[in-house]
Design a protein around this ligand. Structure first.
Ligand SMILES: Cc1ncc(COP(=O)(O)O)c(C=O)c1O
Length: 356
């Protein structure tokens, strides 16, 4: 029997109120539509690059991720100095706050949005300012602008927004950026950028060329299918990118991740065929849900949002009974990742048999 010894070493008291990040659940035998992953495994060319890179794991990785940085710089048409690679874009969210905020500062974000924003803000001790979404489940940029105070150092704009899938359109973003004070960093989180089809969508990189107070986040976890390897990137002014690199945990972007990301850039055409299929399935799933009587906001990501309110927990249970794992935010709604057509059919059958 183990006995718990009392410890004199106490963690920071304020961490008691810090919610833990809740990952999507994996249940053996069930279909996982809970983490916005893509359903297909790595392409043979990417698996080969990972296997080859595995032979080098007795060496530390290139902590500056030089080759990947050079590839991204060429692809995006920005200087290498404006790019910071991170151990997933979630790490870059934290690094951006560490690089810009202290406990005297405020961080503004829409709510509900990506679950990690409150956590990474709290860890640094900065104050969270959550701005409710519009009745259409979209970010309310006017209200977010109004929430900026002299203490605000950073604003997260998640587009498409996780978990609602809604997009901030170009004109709206232009207006917002023009009005945000120049000493406030806008972090445009484009984790789902490759799934966007709306012709009025902005491309964050264009804005980085125009102004110093915007940082764009992208990831290899979603459309590129490398969630398990942890690699994302930030494009910002040279000064911000350098600060983000400074607070990076050394060697946290491992060698396999770097090799797989480069191989995925080489295989973009093939990977984006898969993304194209997901975009088609996203339309089908949403249309069928709407026909079944659900309210589903228009989504530009690889998931749909069902604002089920008080019915969310029951919906979650019902889906589990049908061996489908969705991501439930109890009292608010359920986020469901687009899977393969067969997986989507099983989910749709579950959704259609749910009685509210
Ligand atoms: C909006 C958003 N940003 C960032 C991330 C983090 O992605 P990763 O750390 O895997 O790059 C996620 C993951 O779900 C996300 O939804």
């Amino acid at each position: 029997m183990t006995t718990v010894r009392p410890s004199n070493v106490q963690p920071r008291a304020d961490l008691a109120t810090l919610p833990s990040y809740v990952p999507g659940r994996s249940i053996p035998g069930a279909i996982k539509l809970a983490s916005n992953e893509v359903p297909a495994g790595p392409l043979p060319s990417v698996a080969k690059a990972i296997a080859e890179a595995a032979l080098q794991v007795h060496r530390y990785p290139d902590t500056g991720a030089g080759e990947l940085t050079a590839r991204l710089a060429a692809k995006l048409g920005v200087p290498e100095a404006q790019i910071a690679i991170g151990c997933g874009s979630v790490s870059l969210c934290q690094q951006l706050i560490q690089a810009t905020c202290t406990e005297r500062d405020e961080v503004v974000f829409g709510w509900r949005s990506f679950e990690a924003y409150p956590i990474v803000t709290h860890v640094v001790g900065a104050k969270q300012v959550r701005v409710p979404l519009t009745s259409d489940h979209a970010l309310d940029l006017d209200a977010m602008l109004a929430a900026i105070t002299p203490q605000t150092r950073l604003v997260f704009v998640c587009s498409p927004n996780n978990p609602t899938g809604t997009l901030v359109r170009k004109a709206e973003l232009d207006r917002f950026l023009a009005a945000v004070p120049s000493n406030v960093l806008v972090v445009l989180d484009e984790a789902y950028f490759e799934f966007v089809t709306d012709p009025d969508a902005p491309d964050g990189i264009d804005h980085v060329r125009e102004r110093d107070n915007i940082a764009v986040l992208r990831t290899f976890s979603k459309a590129y299918g490398l969630a398990g390897l942890r690699v994302g990137y930030c494009v910002a002014s040279e000064e911000i990118a350098a600060a983000v690199r400074k607070v990076c945990l050394p060697f946290s972007v491992n060698h396999l991740a770097q090799a797989a990301a480069i191989a995925s850039l080489d295989a973009e055409e093939e990977l984006f065929e898969r993304v194209h299929e997901i975009k088609g399935e996203r339309v089908r799933v949403r249309d069928e849900l709407i026909a079944a009587g659900y309210d589903v906001p228009e989504t530009q990501a690889n998931f749909v949002w069902l604002p089920l309110g008080e019915h969310t927990a029951a919906f979650n249970e019902h889906c589990l009974e049908h061996k489908v794992v969705v991501r439930a935010f109890v009292g608010d709604g359920a986020r469901v990742t687009i899977g393969t057509p067969e997986e989507n059919d099983i989910f749709l059958a579950a959704a259609k048999s749910f009685s509210r």
